[in-house]
Design a protein around this ligand. Structure first.
Ligand code: DAH
Length: 516
């Protein structure tokens, strides 16, 4: 125990020791007096006290004293009476008075007129009807009775300053009334601190502290001359409290997006992007999604009013896509067998997926290539813990002579592995634009369940041919928010968009799997 005390004493700052010494001499000493006796400034006294309090050596007590004084308006009313009182004085004889005569009759200044009227009504001393003010019964009663607000005003006129604790109840009521009025009182708060020794503090003083100058900064000379060996130092308190520091950092969703971009760039993919406002042509038609098919409603599309139409690409391409939809065109497919409508293709939509970026890229590039893109997509979803009307997808397409379905599975496995998800499985699925089609799921151990993360497949010839692609092409489109939810262990997708500063601050910087 006494070892502990010695250790605590050794770790005290010289200011803390000085403060304790002063408390030893006079247990009621004020911070100002300590500053005066020791030559410390008041800030150092208070910070030494704070530090002693955090170590349970003293208790800091705070005594707030509030005082009230009159403002210049207040002083004016104290001299001349509250504006409503001055009106009542006139009404005493006249009983009624037109509003327009008020200033002259009651000797009010312009700014006092509204105050008078307001309080006459609030106090129910007068009624105002058709521009005439007439006294009420309560107003008559007020002739000979000062309100408690008025009583306090006259006290303040003499005493200048009052402490609410010294007021009897009725005057306290008056004080509250005056406080409710604008600009009559100003209050000054005086905070007095006092320090009390705790049992630990007393023990420290019993053990005894000596005040010895301690070295805080070493000079070049002290080091050179060897004087530093003789100086006394204060040991570090490695348990001292320190403030939390929250450095700026990337938003978690942005961070996972950057990680995903890194992964694909490292796998040799080229990045591309596209517009959020898209034609139905690129979003649906180029993907062999029939115009009269529920597929377009499948994703609850946002159609845009302005602009309601978007220009289509060159006519030959549009023609090839139209033919493919109608009868299969150059492909050996029969198509969907309906009359394709160019107006439907021109509709402008907020892209419902990023897959349109891939078809556009296919149309303007020669295989072989590996392309990916990351973007925001929009769907008319009801907002809840796992759905938002906008979210992000990472989309990819790989085209070349020898590209096959196995490559697709390999790429997806590799991608998820790099993100830290090693258990991946694929389920057969349907998309109008791919065959074979799959849905990807990863196993999430903490929830002991498989979670669906996106779709993929081999683009159909009905997609590729009209775009001028003769090689096979694999493609995938994966949700990003779900991944972020798994990574950051959140149950509500909205957290990613809420800017909850506490959560963002406390999120560890290194949450995430490092790339090799
Ligand atoms: N576009 C699909 C969606 O948003 C995902 C998708 C499925 C993308 C298959 C693809 C694909 O590229 O081949 O749900």
């Amino acid at each position: 125990m006494s070892d502990d005390i010695t250790k605590i004493i050794n770790e005290l700052h010289i200011y803390e020791k000085k403060l304790l010494k002063e408390l030893e001499k006079d247990e009621n000493i004020t911070p100002d007096k300590i500053a005066e006796n020791t030559g410390m400034d008041i800030k150092s006294v208070m910070s030494a006290a704070g530090s002693l309090a955090s170590k349970d050596i003293i208790i800091m007590e705070k005594d707030v004293e509030e005082h009230f004084q009159l403002t210049s308006d207040g002083a004016l009313f104290a001299d001349e009476g509250l504006p409503e009182r001055r009106v009542i004085n006139v009404l005493k004889e006249k009983k009624q008075i037109p509003m327009k005569d008020l200033m002259g009759a009651a000797g009010l200044q312009k700014f006092e007129v509204n105050i008078a009227m307001g309080w006459l009504v609030r106090k129910n001393w007068a009624k105002i009807d058709k521009g005439v003010i007439s006294i009420t019964e309560k107003g008559e009663n007020a002739f000979n009775n000062l309100g408690s607000d008025e009583e306090l005003l006259s006290i303040l006129k003499i005493k200048h300053i009052i402490n609410p604790f010294e007021l009897p109840n009725n005057l306290l009521k008056g004080l509250n009334e005056l406080k409710n009025r604008k600009n009559l009182l100003k209050d000054t708060k005086k905070v007095d601190h006092s320090f009390k020794l705790t049992p630990l503090g007393s023990k420290i003083l019993e053990t005894g502290i000596t005040i010895k100058e301690q070295a805080t900064q070493l000079t070049h000379e002290q080091l050179e001359s060897g004087e530093y060996e003789k100086l006394s130092y204060r040991p570090y308190d490695i348990n001292a409290e320190s403030p939390n520091i929250f450095p700026g950092k990337m938003h978690p969703l942005r961070k996972i997006i950057e990680e995903i971009r890194d992964i694909f760039l490292n796998m040799g993919f080229t990045e591309s992007d596209g517009d959020i406002l898209n034609s139905a042509f690129w979003n649906f038609d180029s993907l062999f999604q029939p115009q009269d098919h529920a597929a377009r409603e499948m994703q609850d599309t946002f159609y845009v009013k302005n602009p309601a139409r978007v220009d289509l690409p060159d006519e030959e391409l549009v023609e090839r896509v139209a033919r493919t939809h109608e009868d299969g065109g150059e492909t050996s497919s029969e198509g969907w067998g309906y009359k394709w409508d160019v107006e439907v293709a021109k509709q402008s939509v907020l892209r419902t997926h990023t897959t349109g970026i891939s078809t556009k890229y296919l149309e303007s590039h020669e295989p072989p290539f590996k392309m990916f893109s990351v973007g925001r997509v929009f769907r008319r979803e009801t907002i809840n813990y796992k759905h938002l009307p906008e979210f992000h997808q990472v989309e990819g397409v790989v085209a070349g002579e020898n590209i096959n379905f196995q490559n697709l599975l390999g790429i997806l496995r590799e991608f998820y592995k790099k993100l830290g998800f090693t258990q991946v499985r694929f389920r057969p699925a349907y998309f109008p634009y791919t065959y074979l089609s799959i849905e990807t799921e990863v196993f999430f151990e903490e929830k002991d369940s498989w979670i669906e993360l996106g779709g993929a497949g081999m683009f159909r010839p009905e997609v590729l041919k009209p775009l001028g692609i003769d090689t096979p092409a694999l493609a995938f489109g994966l949700g990003i928010e779900r991944l972020a939810m798994l990574r950051y262990d959140i149950n509500d997708i909205r957290m990613l968009y809420k800017s909850d500063i506490k959560w963002l601050r406390e999120l560890p910087l290194d949450k995430g799997i490092k790339l090799d």
